[in-house]
Design a protein around this ligand. Structure first.
Ligand code: NAD
Length: 367
């Protein structure tokens, strides 16, 4: 079974204002709430200049703390908002979703990163250091406007990490707990788009061709991931991010090659399709080559995870990994994987599966 989520998508490079106006018109909305952080406020003002705005809201905080969501909901109610336009990354879309969750207000999402939240029906809220997530049809944006020109300002390192976050959606979708053949088609095509676009973006942050290809891949990534569900990779990142307050996109960028190397030998068909999308002999080689070209983030230690945290994280991660994960996960091989990701060692399939550590001297990715 495959369920397609109902959503309209407009690719509108340089034309977000007209596309948003058309979507607001379609909704018949008269009192839009515009959400954008201070950093995105100017772009948001430009994009929403042609629509009736009742309220502008700029309190955006990563992982959507409950009190931030509550304040935004109150303001939406006071202003009598009848639609939400959000301009920003996953944190901004996340706040719009938190409002939609309790009010049912329709969202028009204008993404400025490759996080992909705009194409999922998943919401997330944080309280007391714990992030809760859930699925609800009300939080799926009614429409998405992709304007590549808005991502030209994304700093290079963040663009790469965010793009690799999208790539992680594709890879994890290949063996997610609800994966179906249609998810895999989207995921493989997503890898193709990301592998083509990201090197162009890394070479020139403002490359419209690169951003358009990457956005196309990021959208397919999110569509495949939301249908297939969280696999091993996302369970690891979710636990680590929550425990050690790690940056979202960079954590995904570091962990991904380790999970791919861990699962690829046990999922040969998925591996071959991913390899072909990367244009490489194996998927592991393809990802390694792309990461080298992008100067990708390498080690969780660089983002503040303590070494002692590895042992702490193993139990909660083991409990969360879906039963259908291609390679059986044990305390020993998971500890080896986390140790390699923590220190930035080259992921090698044989060392991870036997529980030994990789040899940093042989690695193009070793620090
Ligand atoms: P983010 O939205 O927190 O943005 C990161 C930083 O980049 C911010 O400082 C932001 O102001 C800045 N920024 C954003 N766009 C920019 C641009 N074009 N130019 C310059 N600066 C820009 O980060 P993110 O990685 O997009 O989103 C992460 C959040 O999204 C996490 O909370 C994650 O859990 C959530 N998420 C949710 C889903 C879902 O399906 N619900 C999917 C992916 C991510």
């Amino acid at each position: 079974m495959h369920e397609s989520l109902p959503q309209r998508v407009r690719f509108a490079t340089g034309e977000a204002a007209a596309a948003v106006a058309a979507e607001i018109d379609e909704l018949g909305a008269r009192r839009a709430m515009v959400i954008a952080s201070a950093r995105e406020a100017e772009a948001a003002a430009r994009i929403t200049s042609g629509i009736p705005v009742a309220l502008r809201h700029d309190e955006v905080v990563m992982h959507v703390p409950v009190d931030v969501a509550e304040r935004a909901r109150e303001q939406a109610a006071e202003a009598g908002a009848d639609a939400i336009v959000c301009v920003g990354g996953g944190s901004t879309t996340g706040l719009a979703k938190a409002i939609a969750l309790t009010t049912g207000l329709p969202i028009v999402a204008v993404p400025t990163t490759y996080a992909g939240s705009e194409a999922t029906n998943v919401w997330g809220l944080t309280e007391g250091g714990t992030k809760r997530t859930g699925v609800d049809p009300r939080v799926l944006p009614r429409s998405v406007v992709y304007d590549a020109s808005l991502l030209a300002t994304l700093p290079g390192e963040l663009a790469v990490a965010s793009g690799l976050n999208a790539l992680a959606h594709c890879v994890d979708a290949m063996w997610g707990p609800r994966v179906d053949p249609i998810d895999q088609v989207f995921a493989v095509e997503g890898i193709r788009g990301l592998a083509a676009g990201l090197p162009l973006v890394a070479a020139a942050a403002e490359s419209v061709e690169g951003i358009e290809k990457t956005l196309y891949g990021a959208y397919l990534a999110a569509v495949s991931f939301t249908s297939a569900g969280s696999g091993m990779h996302h369970k690891i990142c979710h636990v680590l991010g929550g425990m050690f307050n790690l940056p979202h996109a960079q954590t995904h960028a570091v962990v991904l090659p380790h999970v791919l190397a861990f699962n690829a030998p046990s999922a040969p068909e998925a591996e071959a399709r991913m390899a072909s999308a990367f244009g490489a002999p194996t998927a592991v080689d393809g990802l390694a080559g792309l990461r080298t070209a992008l100067s990708s983030p390498k080690a969780l230690a660089d983002y503040g995870m303590p070494e002692g945290g590895i042992a702490e994280a193993v139990g909660p991660i083991l409990a969360a990994i879906p039963d259908n994960n291609p390679t059986p996960v044990t305390e020993e091989n998971l500890t080896a994987l986390l140790t390699a990701a923590w220190s930035g060692e080259h992921p090698t399939t044989s060392s991870l599966r036997s529980g030994r550590r990789g040899d940093p001297e042989k690695s193009e990715e070793s620090r």
